[in-house]
Design a protein around this ligand. Structure first.
Ligand code: GLN
Length: 196
């Protein structure tokens, strides 16, 4: 099992470290060829507009769409923006891999960056284990609406921050920047099941 990490821009190296902590094999994805070698893909945090531009320029958008039909994806922060069905502030093209609407940079200036301890939903605890999650938000998008088929795994004061729909996982904070590996673990579990 090999996990692709989209490595066009952003904090992909931190995801690779997280995967290393879990003894998972990873590959940096910059081409359709790299993607074809991956059983699941992480879309990292960074600048979603820049990553989007690169994806389009490098001809990766269509291969990514095809990949997402059958393989698990985890998008964090900018990655979650790319995966969303609708993006505002400003409006931006996105892939619609998960039925969520996000507003970019929605936490405002004072809360540009913050760390919060969040109690996960039962569904998360059952699959990932107990205990609060240290959630690091950096110019984070806010999930403004979710579709009926979207399950909230972690919420912050009623606002979903880690959600799942089928093979897709989207997280508005940065689990790759803290030492809690439950989110990556949960993703690996999905990839394992999908590729079994
Ligand atoms: N503000 C960035 C965006 O909308 C996301 C920030 C991040 O990934 N830390 O693309």
């Amino acid at each position: 099992m090999r996990i692709g990490v989209l490595a066009l821009q952003g904090d992909f190296a931190a995801h690779e470290r997280a995967l290393r902590d879990l003894d998972a094999e990873s590959i940096e994805v910059r081409t359709a060829d790299d993607l074809a070698k991956s059983d699941g893909l992480i879309l990292p945090g960074g600048e979603s507009s820049t990553i989007l531009k690169q994806l389009l320029e490098d001809g990766l958008a269509d291969p990514l769409r095809i990949f997402a039909r059958t393989k698990p994806l985890l998008g964090t922060c900018a990655g979650a923006v790319l995966m969303a069905r609708r993006v505002t502030n400003p409006t931006q093209e996105s892939f619609g891999f998960i039925d969520i609407e996000v507003e970019r940079n929605a936490y405002g200036r004072q809360a540009d960056s913050s760390i919060r301890r969040l109690a996960p939903e039962n569904e998360f605890v059952e699959r990932g284990g107990p205990g609060t999650v240290e959630a690091m938000f950096i110019r984070a998008p806010m999930i403004r609406a979710i579709g009926n088929d979207v399950v909230t795994l972690i919420a912050d004061d009623g606002v979903p921050v880690f959600v799942e729909q089928g093979a897709a996982l989207a997280c508005t904070f940065h689990p790759e920047l803290t030492s809690d590996r439950r989110i990556h673990q949960l993703f690996l579990e999905k990839v394992r099941k999908a590729s079994a």
